[in-house]
Design a binder for this molecule. Structure first.
Ligand code: NAP
Length: 126
């Protein structure tokens, strides 16, 4: 992000070997799908992890399946709903910050995937 607040995608296609080792990474939406895969990737890269979503049981399953220098034993499971109040979100940030001793990366991946359907001629008629 520039000083003017202009968001730009930073391309990090091939991070150097060891780039994420020891880094503090917080992955939201980590109970399944892309977030689960990202959690496993960062664990394997030697990152220290906090994983979040609403379903604590699924987060525990993902934690147990991670392998790495700090995984699974040092992975922090932090369940919460991202649509919660400001206070809940602030508390989650503080917990993640303390667990990691500072946060290097947040992968804010949680969300609902909305299935898009192509328009058909029939759906265009009123
Ligand atoms: N897959 C695609 O083709 C695609 C395409 C474009 C964009 N995306 C986006 O990429 C992200 C991941 O996709 P995906 O396919 O892996 O999705 P997914 O399988 O549906 O997983 C979504 C994750 O988000 C968590 N989540 C949902 N609502 C939440 C909430 N209110 N608070 C906290 N956690 C919440 C879910 O866990 P809990 O249910 O345990 O909370 C789950 O871990 C999503 O944001 C999606 O919109 C995906």
């Amino acid at each position: 992000m520039t000083s003017e607040g202009d968001l730009r995608l930073q391309r990090l296609s091939h991070p150097p070997v060891g780039h994420f080792e020891g880094k503090g990474v917080w992955v939201t939406g980590a109970s399944q799908g892309l977030g689960e895969a990202l959690a496993k990737y960062f664990a394997a890269q030697g990152a220290r992890l906090v994983i979040s979503a609403r379903r604590e049981g699924e987060l525990e399953r993902v934690k147990a399946s991670c392998v790495g220098k700090w995984a699974p034993q040092d992975i922090t499971v932090l369940p919460f709903d991202l649509t919660s109040s400001h206070e809940v979100l602030r508390s989650a940030v503080e917990t993640a910050w303390e667990a990691l001793g500072g946060i290097d990366y947040v992968i804010n991946n949680a969300g609902e995937h909305i299935q898009m359907r192509p328009r058909t001629a029939a759906s265009n008629t009123t």
